[in-house]
Design a protein around this ligand. Structure first.
Ligand SMILES: [Fe+2]
Length: 395
């Protein structure tokens, strides 16, 4: 995280005596990345954050990375809403769509509160397609809703609680990194402030504002870690932090607060970049005025990013460039390295003269090839690859 935040009660000086009302010491915990050499937070627990009473095997959903190679090579289309089911929660109900050794992309329509969960492999960036709820964490709670990106630092203990009584599931597109997710470095000054040229800034980020305290003993936490999954039982409830400060904490950013950068001719996807992670980027395509050169063609040119697999999650508006492809709300397209992709036939001509695109999409570009998980296999639209030609030799 790029800037400092303090919540609740903390001692004036770090690593000094800080006492509970009963006179005992609070337990100080440093949570930091890159081995004490980068962002960190200091949390003050009522109990010992080290006290566990049991450790048992737990099978996390999906393999560590992907599952099936994209062979034979094809562009793919996944209809995520086909994965809806009863009684799913935002952690154990995830369906793995795509993954590789760097990042996993999953989808879940959650209706139930999740167990307490810690992802010890990397940060998670969870995009809320629709619905609302609360993410409870040891740093405090975040109210979340449609269009929010929720960034959860590695190993943050948390749980997802969909809003009760709405009847609508909390639809989540989950991006799990192997490492850390944050704003692109080019958006930040050397000291970490968002630059004027960045499409968003500190004011657009929402962090926890007060401590979240819960009572309880022998509390289970599901942990996803480099060797698999484990169910740890903590002696005290991990939500026992009376205060914390630092530059590492969960936060939310709403896609509606992303200010698009536009131009006289078509602007390349890096202007839409929102976050970066190890070997992948996350971009936001938001409603915007489009290219205003008198001869401009507002839809993208055909392109082949030879070093990337490109994933697009269609999450609102209409998709003029994709008319005729079957793409709609909740669709995910995969355009892998090895193939050129672009608008559907006729879309370039139709777009001339357009002044505004009402589209909303989240893009993940990975630098290593993506494999297809069980959720991808189960939700694939098999005809998508042939929609540019209108035919298939085997059909
Ligand atoms: Fe593309």
């Amino acid at each position: 995280m790029p800037y400092y935040r303090a919540v609740g009660e903390i001692p004036h000086k770090r690593h000094t005596q800080f006492r509970r009302p009963d006179g005992a010491l609070y337990s100080e915990e440093l949570m930091g990345v890159e081995g004490f050499s980068s962002e960190s937070a200091l949390l003050y627990h009522v109990g010992l954050p080290t006290a566990i009473v049991d450790s048992a095997e737990w099978e996390p959903p999906g393999p560590i990375s992907g599952a099936v190679a994209n062979r034979p090579l094809k562009p793919r289309h996944f209809l995520t809403h086909k994965l809806d089911g009863a009684g799913l929660d935002a952690v154990t109900g995830r369906h793995l769509l795509l993954g590789n050794g760097d990042v996993r992309l999953s989808y879940v329509a959650a209706t139930e509160a999740s167990p307490l969960y810690r992802n010890a492999i990397g940060d998670e960036c969870v995009y809320v397609e629709s619905g609302s709820g609360v993410v409870e964490t040891s740093f405090g709670a975040l109210a979340v809703g449609q269009g929010d990106y929720v960034v959860l630092p590695t190993s943050t203990i948390h749980r997802w609680v969909p809003a009760a009584g709405s009847g609508e599931p909390l639809r989540l597109f989950v991006i799990e990194a192997t490492g850390h997710i944050g704003p692109p470095k080019r958006y930040l000054s050397a000291k970490g402030q968002f630059l004027e040229s960045s499409p968003y800034c500190e004011r657009d980020l929402r962090g926890p504002s007060e401590p979240l305290l819960a009572e309880g003993a022998d509390v289970e936490v599901l942990v996803r870690h480099r060797a698999g999954g484990t169910k740890l039982t903590y002696a005290h409830h991990p939500f026992d932090v009376v205060g914390w400060d630092g530059c590492l904490y969960p936060y939310a950013f709403n896609i509606a607060d992303f200010e698009p950068i536009t131009g006289r001719v078509h602007q390349p996807p890096p202007v839409h970049q929102t976050f970066e992670g190890p070997n992948f980027v996350i971009c936001s395509f938001v409603p915007r005025k489009v290219d205003y050169n008198p001869l401009s063609i507002p839809v993208p040119y055909n392109h082949h990013n030879v070093d990337s697999d490109e994933v697009l999650f269609y999450t609102g508006g209409n998709y003029e460039a994709r008319r005729g492809s079957g793409i709609g709300q909740g669709s995910i397209s995969l355009h892998p390295s090895g193939l050129t992709h672009g608008p559907q036939p006729g879309a370039a001509e139709r777009s001339i003269g357009a002044e505004f695109f009402d589209e909303l999409a989240v893009m993940v570009d990975t630098f290593r090839p993506l494999e297809i998980g069980e959720g991808g296999v189960a939700s694939e639209d098999p005809g998508y690859a042939w929609t540019w030609s209108g035919r298939h030799s085997g059909a």
